[in-house]
Design a protein around this ligand. Structure first.
Ligand code: GLY
Length: 512
């Protein structure tokens, strides 16, 4: 991305270059076999959001992940060929570039192609993630490349991805048609057919990224542009912040009163999220109502300042890390906030021979069995049930915050399933409500509540033991979490921009 900015590209050129580069260097979540959302604000005042979320294949069925004999959910929405939605990243990034970029696709893809062809040096983070995913990935064709001799690529090894380089070269030459038709599409469908998957050439041919109008909301004079459905991120953040805005000023960071209010606001907005949000092409989503200040005031009125509201409890599943977020700003004031994912780390584990990329396991973001928790412990309803051609509901929340003068202030988002929403909200609140620097806002310990399971997750240091006692007395079930989400952000400061990468994990902020 920086290379493209140095060549005179704008923030969108750099964001697309970064997206393709991550598909090479961060196979854990960067992708061409997945999807995502990009939120764009141009210095001339134009705002746009592009939704390149995966869609359910045409042959998908409502109960495809339910075992007919036992009635129980299988793990096929997570692992293997059936887990994938039709990928959207190539279509989305190319569309964003064509409308808001200034450079040809081949130019912005050149660094990614070089990284795939010449290779890059494996670092300890990639090694550790490969080691952690060994059981899943060695069941599929990527095992030769990523586990030579059965062992994960060691730190210091140069990883050359010739098949992926070839795929990227075809896309650079032919545009999205080079991915959705022709030899790459053939390779993808051949692997699906071989492994019992259901994505067809017709699915690929029909895939379309969708331009959306960003959700615009305000918080104490700041303006937020966030992601509309098929992501839940923008509505859920807006609803939460609208509720919190009614409490002026908010209690101090780290206090029992603040932690309780955050939890109760998140609880209410996630209850709506899980029941009402879904792909707007299939479900009528009450966006106006859910994002209105009046509705938030009603919800705020139901919060008891000293008692947690109970919601029925379900058992949660383990929550793996996944997804990636990057933010870009250029010297003209154009900004781009992008979140992209394969869902779980390395997606479904399925790697496309000749294509050279991993496929997503995004189908697990549907309510595979409405009422039953998914990988993130999210209990979702009928609105998000599987239908062919439908986008599965996301939590991705690439966000742009404008200051009171209407200038871009913060470009932020996160990885981490539903914790994307709670983390992005808290980073923003830390800056504009608690007056933290971006570095402090990112480092500050986080909380998470997603209504079900009815638990308040917290990172070490989020509050003192006395505050924890108070929260327990209020009726919260506290759950210690190691590293809630993975955020990355940029903030405008006097004299320029400051970028801060997630202090809880590997990553980098780069500028020049
Ligand atoms: N796959 C995680 C999300 O979209 O929320």
């Amino acid at each position: 991305g920086t290379e493209i900015l140095k060549q005179g590209g704008n923030a969108v050129d750099a964001a697309v270059a970064t997206g393709f580069a991550l598909a090479v260097t961060y196979p854990f979540a960067g992708n061409v076999g997945g999807g995502g959302f990009m939120n764009i604000r141009m210095a001339d005042g134009r705002s746009a959001a592009i939704d390149y979320r995966e869609v359910a294949p045409l042959a998908a069925t409502r109960n495809m992940y339910v075992d007919a004999a036992t009635g129980k959910l299988t793990n096929k929405s997570l692992l293997g060929h059936l887990a994938s939605g039709v990928p959207g990243s190539v279509a989305g990034m190319a569309a964003a570039l064509a409308r808001y970029g200034s450079m040809p696709l081949a130019t912005v893809m050149a660094p990614a192609i070089r990284l795939a062809k010449d290779g890059f040096v494996v670092d300890s983070a990639l090694f550790r993630s490969l080691r952690g995913s060994r059981n899943a990935l060695t069941q599929f064709a990527g095992k030769e490349l990523f586990y030579p001799g059965g062992e994960p690529l060691a730190p210091g090894t140069r990883l050359v991805q010739a098949d992926l380089a070839h795929t990227l070269e075809i896309i650079a030459a032919r545009g999205p048609a080079g991915f959705y038709t022709g030899e790459v599409a053939d390779a993808l469908v051949a692997e699906m057919t071989r492994g019992g998957g259901i994505i067809t050439l017709e699915d690929l041919r029909r895939y379309k990224a969708e331009w959306r109008t960003p959700i615009r909301s305000t918080y104490r004079g700041y303006t937020l542009y966030t992601m509309p459905p098929a992501s839940s991120g923008g509505i859920t953040m807006t609803e939460t912040m609208n509720i919190l805005e009614t409490f002026a000023p908010l209690p101090a960071y780290g206090s029992a009163a603040y932690s309780h209010l955050l939890a109760e606001a998140f609880r209410r907005s996630f209850i709506d999220r899980n029941a009402k949000l879904a792909d707007p092409a299939f479900v009528k989503v009450p966006i106006e109502q859910l994002t209105s200040k009046a509705y938030a005031r009603d919800l705020a009125g139901t919060i008891d300042r000293a008692h947690a509201t109970r919601t029925p409890a379900f058992k949660s599943s383990p929550e793996p890390e996944h997804t990636t977020h990057y933010s870009v700003a250029d010297n003209n004031g154009n900004v781009v906030s992008t979140t992209t994912t394969l869902n779980g780390g390395y997606g479904s584990g399925v790697w496309i021979p000749k294509g050279g990329f991993f496929m997503n396991n995004e189908m697990d973001d549907f309510a595979a069995q409405p009422g039953t928790p998914n990988m993130f412990g999210l209990v979702q309803g009928e609105a998000n049930a599987i239908v062919p051609g439908k986008r599965m509901l996301s939590a991705m929340a690439p966000t742009i915050v404008m200051d009171r003068d209407g200038k871009a202030l913060l470009v932020v988002g996160a990885a981490g399933g539903p914790r994307i929403i709670t983390t992005t909200t808290q980073v923003i609140l830390n800056v504009i409500e608690h007056n933290m620097t971006l570095a402090d806002a990112m480092r500050a310990p986080r909380l998470h509540h997603q209504s079900l399971p009815d638990e308040l997750s917290y990172e070490e240091g989020a509050f003192s033991s006395a505050v924890a006692d108070s929260l327990t007395m209020f009726g919260h079930t506290l759950k210690r979490a190691a590293g809630l989400a993975n955020a990355n952000g940029i903030m405008r400061v006097n004299g320029g921009w400051i970028g801060v990468r997630e202090p809880r994990s590997a990553g980098k902020a780069v500028g020049y």
